[in-house]
Design a protein around this ligand. Structure first.
Ligand code: PHE
Length: 454
């Protein structure tokens, strides 16, 4: 069992057909679905945002997932080399991915730390003793402390480093296979509880009824950023995972399955959160704290609520970890293959830098709350740069690379395994990648950086 260090020879591979799907779905399904999607929807006006989100998943998301899968499996190497193998002047997408990985993990793991804290608090029963209407203060009190959240941030990074240091096939496949379905079952139970709360239907109505007056240029930018974030696109994470994939795997169906699973979980999360918020008379625009306040509120109203709380937050930790390892793996594959570091050294280095970068992010919820850079707080700035600028820019570049430089014959040969897979959608995919995505993403990108202002 070669742990994936070093060049092409003896490179690690996903062992089972399902292993890759679970790893890729594990990467996609994470805090983005259960934490970020609901609060972005809440801040952007509900149903209209959800519709925009679905449209972008269908037109841009699924196609770009297949783009990343095909580039990675074709390259069979770290992101920089995989792009360069198609065209040397696109290697920068890989470097941008490495850079963005550091920024993304630094705030992702701060929130990951919150999920660990909540797991502990529900295990000891102290979460259950907080009255429902005090849940907001409980959360706010915790994240604004200087040291405690950093301790949990450290724990989350340590777990991520520990898993990644052990290599690709060293247990992740089995682990995600067992735990992702459990997450799904837990969500379904919460769904039933949430929509049967008195007053829940106001939340359902708010979630489903599109108010198109809320659709502005910045909502579209936010929806696009959410698609990239949630589907793990534009970081080269999916390129990196697919580089460990065997040549007979069906990339087309894999990209559909991963995108569908990810979208389904996000939509269900909304059906859990919004009915609950409305049932408790809360505000849907609560920002990053939404899930940490409203879910514990349901738990206090459920029989065996603290048991459910514990299982739920533990699974949220796991969902976050199966994503954070993919964010990190972009860099680890890069450092081991390009810089020739050992996997352990690369992992420790990455962990240390990410911990330090997370310090200002964490403090921005408390004593550094007033620090503003370009008009944004530190957390918001990191998140805006990653989700709305770096990820879509890289997605745009990938589409141009495949559509205009790789070309139809070679790209289709990769996604159909040299013609052995008959697919009626492959041609449509290529057309979308070559023409539609560059136009759509180009416009959204100009809006994101402020050149266009709709
Ligand atoms: N998709 C992950 C989530 O939803 C986050 C992520 C983004 C992972 C980009 C990898 C790359 O939580």
């Amino acid at each position: 069992n070669n742990k994936g260090a070093g060049g092409q020879m003896g490179r690690d591979q996903f062992r089972s057909r399902l292993g890759f799907i679970f790893a890729a779905a594990g990467s996609a399904i994470g805090l983005g679905n259960i934490w970020r999607f609901p609060y972005m929807t809440g801040a952007s006006g509900g149903g209209a945002f959800v519709l925009m989100y679905l449209a972008i998943v269908l037109v841009v998301g699924v196609s770009l997932l297949l783009v990343e899968f095909s580039i990675g499996r074709h390259g069979k190497a770290n992101a920089v080399d995989s792009y360069a193998k198609i065209n040397k002047s696109f290697a920068w997408i890989g470097y941008l991915g490495v850079f963005t990985s550091f920024l993304l993990i630094s705030y992702y793991s701060v929130v990951g730390g919150w999920t660990i804290f909540y797991t502990f608090k529900s295990a000891t029963g102290s979460l259950a003793s907080v009255p429902a209407d005090q849940m907001g203060n409980f959360f706010g009190g915790f994240i604004s402390k200087p040291l405690m959240p950093l301790f949990y941030h450290f724990l989350f990074i340590a777990l991520t480093v520990w898993i990644v240091a052990n290599g690709i096939s060293g247990g992740i496949e089995k682990y995600t296979k067992a735990l992702m379905p459990l997450l799904f079952v837990m969500l379904l139970i919460l769904l039933v509880r949430a929509i049967t709360l008195p007053g829940a239907m106001k939340g359902v109505a708010w979630y489903l009824k599109p108010d198109f007056s809320k659709l502005t240029g910045s909502t579209v930018v936010a929806a696009c950023g959410q698609v990239f974030f949630s589907l793990s696109l534009g970081l080269s994470g999916m390129v990196t995972y697919a580089s460990y994939l065997s040549k007979d795997e069906n990339l087309i169906s894999n990209s559909f399955i991963v995108a569908m699973a990810d979208t389904l979980i996000a939509i269900i999360a909304g059906f859990v959160i919004f009915p609950t918020i409305f049932a408790f008379g809360g505000e849907p625009s609560g920002g990053p704290g939404l899930v940490f306040i409203s879910l514990p509120q349901i738990f206090t109203k459920m029989p065996l609520g603290s048991v459910f709380a514990f299982i739920f937050f533990l699974l949220l930790v796991i969902a976050a970890l199966t994503s954070s390892i993919s964010i990190m793996e972009v860099c680890i594959t890069f450092f081991t293959e390009k810089v020739k570091w050992s996997r352990l050294k690369a992992s420790l280095f990455y962990g240390a830098v990410c911990f330090l970068l997370g310090v200002p992010v964490s403090l921005s919820f408390g004593m550094w709350g007033d620090v503003k850079i370009l008009g944004k707080g530190i957390f918001d700035l990191f998140d805006y740069f990653c989700s709305n600028i770096s990820l879509p820019l890289s997605g745009l570049a990938c589409a141009i690379l495949v559509g205009w430089f790789w070309g139809k014959d070679k790209a289709l040969a990769e996604v159909t395994n040299n013609g052995t897979i008959q697919s009626s959608v492959a041609g449509l995919w290529f057309f979308t990648v070559k023409y539609i995505i560059p136009i759509v993403l180009g416009i959204i990108f100009l809006q994101a950086i402020g050149i266009l202002n709709v």
